[in-house]
Design a protein around this ligand. Sequence first.
Ligand code: KIV
Ligand code: ZN
Length: 499
Amino acid sequence: MAMKKRVFVFDTTLRDGEQVPGCQLNTVEKIEVAKSLELLGVDIIEAGFPISSPADFNSIVEISKAITEPIICSLSRAVKADIDCAADSLKFAKKKRIHTFISASDIHIKHQFKSTREDILQRAVEAVRLAKRYAEDVEFSAMDAGRADNDYLVRMFEAVIKAGATVINIPDTTGYCLPEEFASKVRYVIENTKGVDRVVVSVHCHNDLGLATANAIAGLQAGARQVECTVNGIGERAGNTSLEETVMILRTRKDIGLDTKINTKQIYQASRLVSRLMRMPVQPNKAIVGKNAFAHSSGIHQHGVLNKRETYEIIDPADVGINSSGILLTARSGRSALRHHLERLGYQLDQDQLDEAYKKFLSLADKKKDVHDDDLLELMGQKIDRKRGIKLELLQVVCGSPVHPMAAVKLRINGKSYSSVGNGNGPVDAAFNAVNDIVKKKVLLEEFLVQAVTRGSDDIGKVHVQISYNDNTYYGYGSDSDIIVASVKAYIDALNKIL
Ligand code: KIV
Ligand code: ZN
C-alpha cells in the first residue's frame, strides 16, 4: 500500500477559538487545554494573540513553559510592535513559530486598510523579514485569501517566501468559498508560486456556510499539508474547521492518502474539556463528538449494529475515546436491542421469553421516554427498591445582589436523610456544591443546559446536565416551574445513574 502523506495539525482553539464571546479562559485553563492538545498529538498550538492583552501574553509564556512536543505559535499583525511582542511571548518555547498576517482581498485592502495592493505586499514582506530575525519558523497568512485575486495571492506568497516564510497559509476568513473553488485556489497557488516547494502550504477555513471542514479537506486534497482547526470547531461566528472531523475524515477515508499523527483515542476527552472550560455545549448531532454521534435508536439500525457494528457505524466509537454503548432503549427499539441490554444484565433468553419480555418492554417504553437498567430488571421480575438512590427532599436558596449565594439542601439517600449548606457563585452552583458535600463523589459538571418548554416567565424549565465520573459520562434531566429546583433534580438524576 502507498505511504500516506503527512498532514500537520495546527490547532487554534486557544486563539481563533478563544475569540468567541463568552469562551475566554484564564491562564490555568489554557494550560489545561494545551496539555490536552499535546496528549492529542497536535503538531502546532497557536497559543494566542499576545499584543491583544497582557493576559493573553502571559498565557503564551506559561503555555510555552508547560508544553514540550508541539510547536508553540504566537499571532501578530504585520506590525512591528505585534511581532516584537509575539517574539517576546515565545521566549520559553522549546519550539517556536511566529505567525504574521495581513489582508489580501481587495475589499479588505480598500476598506479596512485604505491602502493599495503594492503597499500591503511591502508590509507583508517587512513583517516576515522582522519575524525571521526572532524565529526560524515563520508563518504568513494572507487574510481573506478566499475572496482574493489568485494572481495577487501568488505574488504575495512568492515575496514572503523570498523573505523567509516557512509556512504560507490560505485562509477563507469569511467562509465564502465552495469546496471545488477553494481546492482550485490552493492548486493555483501551489502550481504558480516560485519557491512553494520550500514551504508548507496551509489552509484555514471558517464555517459561515457550514463548509469549513469540507473546504479544508478539499484544500488538503489539492496539495496543502497543514490544516488549521479547532476542537469542536469553535471559533469566530459559525466557527472554524473542526479538528475531530478533519482527523477522522482522513483516518476513515484512507483512499484520500493523507493522515495526521493525532492519537484519536484522546479526541473525546479533548472535546469534553474544551466544551466544559469554554462553556460551549456541543450540539447533540455534532459529527464525531456529539452526544448522538454513535447513538442508535431505530430498531433496524440497532439490529444491524448488533450483528456487525460496521453496518451502520463507519467509525468505531472506541477509536475516538467513547466507550459507552450507543444502543438506546426507546419505543423504537427492536428485540435485538432489548436482548443486548438484557444479556448485559445477565439474562439469557430463548425466543419465547424474549417475545414475552419485548411485549412488556414496548408498553413500558410507550409510557417512558428512556428505559433504564432498573426498569429492565423490574420487567424481568426483580424487585427494585424505588426508595433506593438519591431523592431531593428540600431545597432553599438565598440569592440576588449583593448577597453571597447560598443553598440549603436535604437529600434522602437509600431511605436516610442528609443535609448540607453550600456556597457558590450563583444559586445553582451553591446548590450543586451542597449536593456534592452530601454525596461525596468526585464528579465533574461538563454541561448544563436550561430550556423553557414554551415562552413565558411562569413556564416550566427543563434542565439537562452532563457529568463525568471515573472517565464515564452520565446525563441527567429535570423539570420544574422553579429553574433552580429543575437544575438540582437534573443533577441528582445524573448522580443516580452513577449509583
Ligand atoms: O481567519 C483568518 O483569516 C485568521 C487569520 C489570522 C489566519 O484567523
Ligand atoms: Zn480565522
